[in-house]
Design a protein around this ligand. Sequence first.
Ligand SMILES: *[C@@H]1O[C@H](CO)[C@@H](O)[C@H](O)[C@H]1NC(C)=O
Ligand SMILES: *[C@@H]1O[C@H](CO)[C@@H](O)[C@H](O)[C@H]1NC(C)=O
Length: 237
Amino acid sequence: MRWLSTYVGVAALLGAAYAQDPDSHVVVDTETGFTFGEYISDQGITYRLAIPDQAPTTGGYDAVVQIAAPIAIGWAGMAWGGSMTYNPLTLAWRSGTDVIVSSRFAFGYYVPPPYTGATYTVLKTGTHVNTTHWQITAKCTGCTHWGDDDTGVTDLDPTQQNPLAYAYSTVAPETPASNTSSFGIHDSIGHWYHDFAQGVNPGFAALVTKNEGGGAIGTATATSATASATPSDGCPA
Ligand SMILES: *[C@@H]1O[C@H](CO)[C@@H](O)[C@H](O)[C@H]1NC(C)=O
Ligand SMILES: *[C@@H]1O[C@H](CO)[C@@H](O)[C@H](O)[C@H]1NC(C)=O
C-alpha cells in the first residue's frame, strides 16, 4: 500500500495549495457593468479581470482587464503567468488624456518586446484619466493561453485561482504616445493569487460590445472624454 500513502500525500499537498483564500475579491463595476475579480497592490494599483461564462479550460478565452493607477504611476503591468518571462504581459500607461495598452512578452530581463500573440480592444467606457488616476479597460484575446511545443503550453483555468504578478514604475515610458515605447526598469514587483471564477460574466460579449463605444475595434488608445458617455445605461446595481 506504499503507493497509496504516496498518492494521498501528493493529493493533500495539491489540496493545500488550492485551498488558500485568493488575494482577489468580487466587485461590480457600475460604470461598465462588468463583475470583476479585483486585486489591489500595495501601491494602490487596481487589477481587475472579467471573463465569459462557460470559458474553455484549454485553448484560451477572451478576458477583460481593467487597470487603475494613481496618477503618479508612470507605467503598470501585469504578467498572466505570474513571472516576468515567457508569458503575456499587459502594460499600461498614461499619454496625456489618453491611456495606452501595450502587448509584450519577455524572453529575458530586458525591455520586453511587442507580442503579437495577444491583442487588445480598448473599451472606451472604463478608460479615462482624471485628476487622481488613470484607468484602462480592454478586452484581451490571447492572454489566457500561450506557448508552444518548445516552451510548453499554458492554459489559465477559468474556474480556479491563477498566480499572477505585477510590476510598476513611477517613471513614464520614453514615448508615451506609442504602444511600442521603451520604458525603464520597474520600481517594484509583486505576486498574487487571482480567482478567475470571481469575474465570470454571463453576458460577456454583450458587455464588451456595449462598452466599446463607436466600434473602435483594434485601436490601442482611447480618449478620456468617453467615460461619461453612458452615465445610466442600464448598469446593474
Ligand atoms: C499597437 O497598436 C496597434 C494598433 O492597434 C496594434 O496592431 C499593435 O499590436 C499594438 N502593439 C502593441 C505592442 O501593443
Ligand atoms: C478617478 O478615477 C479613479 C479610477 O478610475 C476612480 O476610482 C475615481 O473615482 C475617479 N475620480 C473621480 C473624481 O471621478
